[in-house]
Design a binder for this molecule. Structure first.
Ligand code: CP
Ligand code: NVA
Length: 307
């Protein structure tokens, strides 16, 4: 049975730490691990648009000795013409791993249930776990540790919020979320985060006040107010999220040496001011680069678990 990475807690806390450690090592020695030497082919499928995920997986698979096969659902039979299960049964006989950016988490679960090779979630409506491996690695690099730090996420209770809750709790962070009323993260995810935090010594709190969430934070994170697939709600969301912009006044409430994360793409003057996004405390370009190293470490981990 192959191991899959569909959500943040598909890795244990120890495995998450090991993947981040390996990512830091691979950043120094990019060709240290070659699990796809041959080359073996790895499929990367997109149902939604992407820059960072597309590039970092393509480069990462090549660095690991493999050949990336980048597919778009619009140009394949997946979806309208052929089921997820049948697609998995075709792909797993020819590729070493399947990486998929899609809508419903249930699609990824169906792919994994029918695949003999590892399946990786490259973003779903519910989670963005590869992003969190990069984010945790970036925090480790800038702060030297994860356990005990306060991470404030201000914004939509979306896939990024869910992944901050689960991955952050697993890593022992104190995760503090602030979302407007009506945009809260899923209560099941909040409860799962609290359960994981009990074991790690971290915590998960939720409220509707950005200033309370960011008070004394070591790390501040946000994400777009209009995720892919929600474009029709754009005007309403911009109104509902008033007061939730990460700007210099809000940043001043965090610790003086706080770092700012954004998974990108960013919409300046909406979820974050240009001053903060382009300012000294933002570490977003390291964060974007770390997608490459973190995902390489994940693919190595899954390839080794698959042997
Ligand atoms: N952060 C992120 O996943 O970016 P892309 O949508 O460009 O892949
Ligand atoms: N929440 C955003 C993340 C983009 C990387 C989305 O799903 O569109």
């Amino acid at each position: 049975m192959a191991r899959h990475f569909l959500k943040d807690d598909d890795l244990t806390a120890a495995e998450q730490e090991a993947v981040i450690e390996l990512a830091i090592e691979l950043k120094k020695s990019p060709y240290l691990k070659r699990p796809f030497e041959g080359p073996k082919t790895v499929a990367v499928i997109f149902d939604k648009t992407s820059t960072r995920t597309r590039v970092s997986f393509a480069v990462g698979i090549s660095d690991l000795g493999g050949a990336p096969l980048i597919m778009d659902s619009q140009n394949s039979q997946l979806g309208a013409k052929e089921s997820v299960a049948d697609t998995a049964r075709v792909l797993d006989r020819q590729v070493a791993q399947i990486i998929w950016r899609t809508y419903a988490q249930s699609g990824l679960e169906e792919m994994a249930a029918n695949s003999k090779v590892p399946v990786i979630n490259a973003l779903s409506d519910e989670y963005h776990p590869c992003q969190l491996l990069a984010d945790l690695m970036t925090i480790r690099e800038h702060k030297g540790q994860l356990k005990g730090l306060k991470l404030a996420y201000v914004g939509d209770g979306n896939n990024m919020a869910n992944s901050y809750i689960i991955a952050g709790a697993l890593a022992g962070l104190h995760v503090s979320i602030a979302s407007p009323k009506g945009y809260e993260p899923d209560p099941i995810v909040l409860n799962r985060g609290k359960e994981l935090a009990l074991q790690s010594g971290g915590s998960v709190t939720f409220g509707n006040s950005p200033s309370e969430a960011v008070a004394d934070a070591d790390v501040i994170a946000t994400d777009t107010w209009v995720s892919m697939g929600m474009e029709a709600e754009k005007e309403k969301r911009i109104k509902d999220f008033a007061g939730f912009t990460i700007d210099a006044d809000l940043l001043a409430l965090a610790k003086a040496d706080a770092i700012v994360l954004h998974c990108l793409p960013a919409y300046r003057e909406f979820e974050i001011s240009a001053e903060v996004l382009d300012g000294k405390q933002a570490v977003i370009w390291d964060q974007a680069e770390n997608r490459l190293h973190a995902q390489k470490a994940l693919m190595v981990f899954l390839a080794e678990s698959d042997n």
